[in-house]
Structure formats: structure tokens, C-alpha cells
Write a protein that binds this ligand. Structure first.
Ligand code: NAD
Length: 267
């Protein structure tokens, strides 16, 4: 049995993650952690997640929580994840990270902080989105430079980062397949007399509102034809099921950085 700790236990994803851990074969919830001072500290994690009493109280002490855990699932924020990564490295615990919004510097920092543990970092744990990454690579390779690429993502009105980590990853996948550097070609802003679209740019557009779980469309726009590859998330459950699957896969892995493409054998 793999013992799992979950940080961000009372967050939008936290409850789904706790439920997914209790439902997944070979996984057991060892600890649930929230930020110091959170109103849910001390409550039973299972009751808070709506999946029945589990006898695991939500705590604010990650080090203590990790004592009985093999893997930490962390869906919080980049700053919190980096602090937690340093603790996991110190205690030799593996990590499955779903937090999004890492800057390139924070991403490097994460690798620097965790040389001795296995870390799986994925901005989107859904099987469907990861299949889309593969489809996008193939589409970009087939279509080549003849099509303009634009990416539009929609999320709920509480999302803090933009564009989504998934949209950025989609942009990176397409840019790499076209031999471009995403950071050079991503265009996040058009306003006023901004001029014609440059050939190489990848437009990144963001929509925020209501309770949209997450939608991503990549447009390949050519002369007289257009291809759209869309993923729509209808519930958060498939993210948490993906995280549980990632834990099962990560169990046997040695130190290094992995993502869902590794878990699904899509590389
Ligand atoms: P949320 O704000 O509802 O939850 C985050 C939780 O983290 C909050 O409850 C907060 O109190 C808690 N937290 C803050 N500091 C903490 C600390 N030091 N220790 C423990 N807990 C702490 O956000 P959410 O919608 O659940 O999303 C969380 C993250 O997961 C975001 O970055 C989001 O973009 C990402 N996300 C990723 C995927 C994926 O598949 N990778 C899917 C959905 C969301």
C-alpha cells in the first residue's frame, strides 16, 4: 500500500484528490494538509471531502504529515509548492505536483530543489488533455508553417493564473513541433493598432467566468480551411483520478522530473 499525503486539502481540487486516493487501488490517505490558520484544520479529511469519515484530521504541519507518507500530492500555488518541495527533498518523499502558474525561473528552482527525489509535474493530469498534447504535436508536424496557430482557453472566475498552464504547455508543444521557441513567439496581447499578425506568433487568449472547469482550443488556421482541437473538462474528477494514477506510476521510479506523458507512455 502506498501512503499518500495531500496538500491544499480544503481547496477546490483537494476534496477530489482525497476521494480519488481513497478509491484508487493500492493507495491510502495518510495525511491531509492545509495552510496554517485555515478554518478546516482539525476536521476529518474524508468528511470535508464528502466521502465519509477516514480518521485523518486535516493538519497544518507538513513535516509531521509526511512522516507516514510515501508521496505528496500538491495542488496549491507555485510558491507553496516550492517550499513543500524543499521539505520533500529533505525527507526523501516523492511528489506529484498539479499546481500551475510556475514561471520558467520557478520551474528551474523546482528542479534545483529536488535532485534526490522523483517528481511528477503536470499542469493538467487528465488523460484527454495529454492525448491532445500528442495530437497537437502530430497536427503541427503535418501542417507545418502554412497554418497560423491561436490558442484560446476558458476557466472559472476564481482562477488566479493566466493563461492556464495547460494552454502554455499546448503552446510549447506546438512551438517545439514547428521548430520555434515558445517564449519568443507567444503573443499574449493585441490591442489598438498592433499591426498584422506575424507569421511565427502563437496567439494566447484567455476567457474567465462563472464555473467553467476548463476548456482549451488550439486553432490551426490556413487559407480556406481551419482545424480546431478542443478539450472540454466537465468535472474536476478526472484531474484527481489522473493524479492518483500518477502516484501509482511514480512509486517505482528513481529521482528525476517526469510528467503525464511519461505516465501514459505517450513520449
Ligand atoms: P484552491 O485555491 O481552491 O486550493 C488551493 C488550496 O491550497 C487552498 O485551500 C489553500 O488554502 C491551500 N494552501 C495554501 N497554502 C498552503 C500550504 N502552505 N499548505 C497547504 N495548503 C495550502 O485552488 P484549486 O482550484 O484547488 O487549484 C489548486 C492548483 O491546482 C492551482 O494551481 C490550479 O491551477 C491547479 N490545478 C491543476 C490541475 C491539474 O490537472 N494539474 C487541475 C486543476 C487545478
Amino acid at each position: 500500500m502506498l501512503n499518500i499525503a495531500v496538500t491544499g486539502a480544503a481547496g477546490r481540487m483537494g476534496g477530489f484528490l482525497i476521494k480519488a486516493v481513497t478509491e484508487a487501488e493500492g493507495l491510502s490517505l495518510a495525511a491531509a494538509v492545509e495552510r496554517d490558520g485555515h478554518a478546516m484544520i482539525g476536521q476529518d479529511a474524508g468528511l470535508a471531502a464528502g466521502c465519509g469519515e477516514l480518521g485523518v484530521a486535516i493538519s497544518a504541519d507538513l513535516e509531521q504529515a509526511l512522516a507516514g507518507a510515501d508521496i505528496l500530492i500538491d495542488f496549491t500555488f507555485p510558491e507553496v509548492t516550492l517550499a513543500n518541495a524543499a521539505i520533500c527533498e529533505k525527507l526523501g518523499k516523492k511528489m506529484v505536483i498539479g499546481s500551475t502558474g510556475f514561471t520558467p525561473q520557478q520551474r528551474d528552482e523546482l528542479e534545483r530543489l529536488t535532485p534526490g527525489i522523483a517528481v511528477l509535474l503536470a499542469p493538467n493530469m487528465s488523460v484527454g488533455v495529454n492525448a491532445c498534447f500528442k495530437l497537437l504535436k502530430e497536427a503541427a508536424q503535418i501542417l507545418g508553417d502554412g497554418f497560423d496557430v491561436e490558442i484560446v482557453e476558458l476557466h472559472h472566475n476564481k482562477k488566479k493564473d493566466a493563461p492556464s498552464g495547460t494552454a502554455v504547455r499546448m503552446g510549447e508543444v506546438v512551438a517545439a513541433a514547428l521548430g520555434r521557441d515558445y517564449n519568443q513567439v507567444a503573443n499574449y496581447h493585441r490591442e489598438g493598432m498592433c499591426g498584422e499578425r506575424s507569421h511565427d506568433e502563437i496567439g494566447m487568449q484567455t476567457v474567465r467566468g462563472g464555473d467553467i472547469v476548463g476548456e482549451h482550443t488550439v486553432y490551426f488556421i490556413g487559407m480556406g480551411e481551419r482545424i480546431e482541437i478542443t478539450h472540454r473538462a466537465m468535472s474536476r474528477e478526472m484531474f484527481s483520478r489522473g493524479a492518483a494514477r500518477a502516484c501509482q506510476w511514480l512509486a517505482g521510479k528513481s529521482a528525476g522530473m517526469y510528467d503525464m506523458q511519461d505516465v501514459l507512455g505517450l513520449r
